[in-house]
Structure formats: structure tokens, C-alpha cells
Design a protein around this ligand. Structure first.
Ligand code: SF4
Ligand code: SF4
Ligand code: SF4
Length: 167
């Protein structure tokens, strides 16, 4: 469904303020909004249900129940070019962990590290027997697998700055 220029500009301004996470291999936000036809195919076909339909009918990533497997099914079914195999990386995202993390309070928990295929999360023993969580942001690919597994809901996935890339 195509949009008038004024409606497109209004939608773009409103959505940009929220800065949602688009499905992997999405073009930059302004180009994504121009190209995405809101056909919902990426949302319907994602095998792990990590895509939902968000503001304005555009697909967004929601890591609250699962992470992205990088299977590329969403890109394969996207006929508009809004998701493209030509993009250099799937996401420019990074996990951040706040101080509600159990390990910061002396409770043994390694759930996030156990699901992180990139080895981005490790623990360092500090004085008093408490383990301090170490996040290697360069290794994090923003897959979001650690989000729903965290019993303390301490993990958020955030946009990296435009110049910062995952290693
Ligand atoms: S790459 Fe696969 S798991 Fe990730 S959002 Fe696309 S369809 Fe879903
Ligand atoms: S498959 Fe492509 S065009 Fe369709 S909703 Fe998803 S991103 Fe938009
Ligand atoms: S988002 Fe993925 S890569 Fe990054 S820390 Fe979490 S599980 Fe590891």
C-alpha cells in the first residue's frame, strides 16, 4: 500500500522518535519506510516469531519471547527490497545489562552466557565471592537470545551508534 508524501513524512517522524528495531538486513529507516509494502510476509514466515507488526503497520523486532536465528527467511520472502541480502550486517544492535542482574547481587546465574553463541558474556570473580558480569560489546551481534532467558529482565537490546559496528 503506497502512502501520500505528507502521510509518509508524518509516519516517519512519529516512528523515528521510537526508533524501533526492524527485521534483520533492513535498509536504513527512511529507505525501509519508503520500500516496505506492509505485506506482513516477514512476520508470518519468521519461524521463531520474533517479528511483530508495529506502528503504522510496519514490522518490528520484539525480543521479549525469543531471539533471531539469522535464518534469513524474512529476507527471502521480502519482495520489496526493504530487507536485503546486500546489507552488510543483520543488525547494528548491542545488548546492555543493567544492575538488576542477579549476579551483581550475589545470586548465581549464568543463563545469558549459556545462550550466547558469540561468547559475548562472561563472568569475573570479584572480592566477596560475587561474580561480576563482563559484556564484550564487540562480540555481540544483537541476536537478542539473552533477553527472554534473563530471570531478572536485566537485558535490553539497543541500537549502536551509526559509526559503531559489531566486531
Ligand atoms: S532471520 Fe529468521 S529468525 Fe531472524 S527475524 Fe528473520 S525469519 Fe525470523
Ligand atoms: S516482507 Fe518486506 S515488504 Fe513485507 S512487511 Fe516485511 S519488510 Fe515489509
Ligand atoms: S544479544 Fe546475542 S550476541 Fe549479544 S550478548 Fe545477547 S545472546 Fe550474546
Amino acid at each position: 500500500m503506497s502512502l501520500s508524501t505528507s502521510k509518509r513524512n508524518f509516519l516517519f517522524a512519529r516512528i523515528s522518535a521510537r526508533n524501533p528495531v526492524r527485521p534483520p538486513w533492513a535498509l536504513k529507516e527512511s529507505e525501509f519506510i519508503d520500500l516496505c509494502t506492509r505485506c506482513d510476509e516477514c512476520e508470518k514466515q519468521c519461524p521463531v516469531n520474533v517479528i511483530r507488526i508495529g506502528d503504522g503497520g510496519y514490522p518490528e523486532i520484539d525480543f521479549s519471547n525469543s531471539g533471531c536465528d539469522f535464518c534469513q527467511v524474512c529476507v527471502d520472502v521480502c519482495k520489496s527490497g526493504a530487507l536485503s541480502h546486500q546489507q552488510p550486517q543483520a543488525f547494528n544492535l548491542v545488548a546492555s545489562i543493567d544492575d538488576s542482574c542477579f549476579s551483581e547481587r550475589g545470586v548465581i546465574c549464568r543463563s545469558c552466557a549459556e545462550v550466547c553463541d558469540k561468547g559475548a558474556i562472561s563472568f569475573k570473580q570479584v572480592v566477596g565471592g560475587i561474580s561480576h558480569l563482563i559484556m564484550n560489546t564487540k562480540s555481540c551481534n544483537g541476536c537478542g537470545e539473552c533477553v527472554s532467558i534473563c530471570p531478572a529482565t536485566a537485558i535490553k537490546i539497543e541500537h549502536r551508534s551509526d559509526t559503531e559496528k559489531a566486531g
